[in-house]
Ligand binder design. Structure first.
Ligand code: HEM
Length: 407
């Protein structure tokens, strides 16, 4: 990093999730590919412009493998060989060929059509949460716990077609996971409980493949020539649950806060004069909860990105939220305008070989969630000043920890 004058500590400080640190706009304009220092002192290159971020996500010279292999090595160093409760998370997918095979299998099942077929069930899940909220005599709720975190875990249960008993255990995992940070032991406990759910589900589906994602994978496998292993299926449950739970929950929380921050836009949505599909895309751009840290890559060779030549083995971080505010991509990116939301204005679901496999499900979830919520509670408003809430800011997400609402 010879040209590196700017090795600012990353992530940059943030007071409100939607007012980006000025450092990002400055970098987009002056130093779109430039070094940062991570907690712990490691240095990396941060990429902030939309087009450059997309290049990093789609160009094969930016590889994920070293990151995952390092993680697996660290896990092995930390304890005994993986087994029940110490799952070798994602290791089998570290190899790009294995990853591509897994993706194409899962992608053939988790199609936009499949997500659409889940819509009635998702609607029902949302309505059940709203029924419970509506039954409260004090007409108040804590949106993040009572709605935002509640819907995604139930949607995952529906995606896997879990029995009521396994559904309760998945809920138990979700509750433990949410309470686990920052304890590694509690996190391990949560993962052990997810392993139990995944193993039992895979055994059940192996015997009688049903309409859930694992059953569909097994049915497709029976028709083909490949043989999907139990380890791969358990890994799939892990990846879908961990990738699909908090990401959607915090996106609900940020979306609600953005709507409260823009009452006129909220009113337009309520009146039906703006399409919810467009509004969800704008929420994903303007009120994006994910930073893109999960998409960290290494250069496999020297790569020229914009004006900068990255050496081989460089660690490259992308800022997905900065990409969503790139003035080269969106006119007036600081303005929240739900009527102009569009999938090509943001990279909230990534791009390329790791593009979010649950994007269609997440979209249906957010669309149905906000549609039903606003219709059921036309008077929904924040209790007090929503900006007084505590915000969580970590390498992966930023979102309000609590959001008290009334109606
Ligand atoms: C609003 C909600 C969501 C957001 C913002 C989101 C975002 C993302 C992003 C940015 C990636 C790419 C990470 C990378 O480049 O390594 C990703 C990958 C992934 N997502 Fe999502 N996601 C969401 C919901 C979901 C849901 C509901 C599911 C499952 C039902 C899911 C499953 C996955 C999986 C399996 C991957 C890994 C794909 C791969 O590495 O090939 N996501 N997601």
């Amino acid at each position: 990093m010879d040209t590196a004058q700017e090795t600012d500590a990353y992530p940059f400080p943030l007071t409100c999730p939607f007012t980006q640190p000025p450092e990002l706009a400055r970098r987009r304009n002056e130093a779109p590919v430039a070094p940062v220092t991570l907690p712990g002192g490691a240095r990396a290159w941060l990429v902030t412009r939309f087009d450059d971020v997309r290049t990093v996500l789609t160009d094969e010279r930016f590889s994920r493998s070293p990151v995952r292999q390092n993680a697996v090595r660290e896990q092995r160093r930390a304890g005994p060989a993986p087994g029940p409760g110490q799952f070798d998370f994602g290791a089998q997918l570290a190899d790009p060929a294995a990853h591509a095979r897994w993706r194409s299998r899962l992608g053939s099942v988790l199609t936009p059509q499949h997500a659409e077929s889940l819509r009635p069930r998702i609607r029902q899940t949302v309505d059940e949460a709203l029924d419970e909220m509506a039954a409260r005599p004090d007409r108040t709720a804590e949106f993040v716990s009572d709605f935002a975190y509640r819907i995604p875990v139930q949607v995952l249960a529906g995606l896997f077609d879990l029995t009521p008993q396994l559904r309760d255990r998945l809920q138990d995992w979700a509750t433990r996971l949410r309470g686990a940070a920052p304890s590694t032991a509690a996190f391990g406990e949560a993962m052990r409980s997810l392993y139990g759910v995944a193993a039992e589900l895979v055994a059940r589906e192996r015997a009688h493949p049903g309409p859930g994602v694992i059953g569909l994978l097994l049915s497709a496998d029976r028709e083909g020539t490949e043989t999907v292993t139990d380890e791969e299926l358990v890994s799939t449950v892990f990846l879908l649950a961990t990738a699909g739970y908090e990401s959607t929950a915090v996106q609900f929380a940020n979306g609600m806060l953005a709507l409260f921050q823009h009452p006129a836009e909220l009113e337009r949505l309520r009146s039906g004069s703006v399409s919810m599909a467009a509004a969800v895309e704008e929420i994903l751009r303007y009120a994006q909860a994910g930073t893109g840290f999960a998409g960290t890559t290494y250069t496999t060779e020297e790569v020229r990105l914009g004006e900068v030549t990255l050496p081989p083995g460089a660690t490259v971080l992308i800022s997905l939220d900065s990409a969503g505010r790139d003035e080269r991509r969106t006119d007036r990116p600081e303005v929240f305008d739900p009527s102009h939301g569009a999938p090509h204005h943001h990279l909230a679901f990534g791009a390329g070989g790791h593009f979010c496999l649950g994007a269609s499900v997440a979209r249906v979830e957010l669309q149905e969630g906000f549609t039903r919520l606003l219709a059921r509670f036309p008077q929904l408003r924040p209790s007090g000043d929503p900006w007084k809430t505590e915000f969580t800011r970590n390498l992966f997400h930023h979102y309000p920890r609590e959001l008290r609402v009334e109606w």
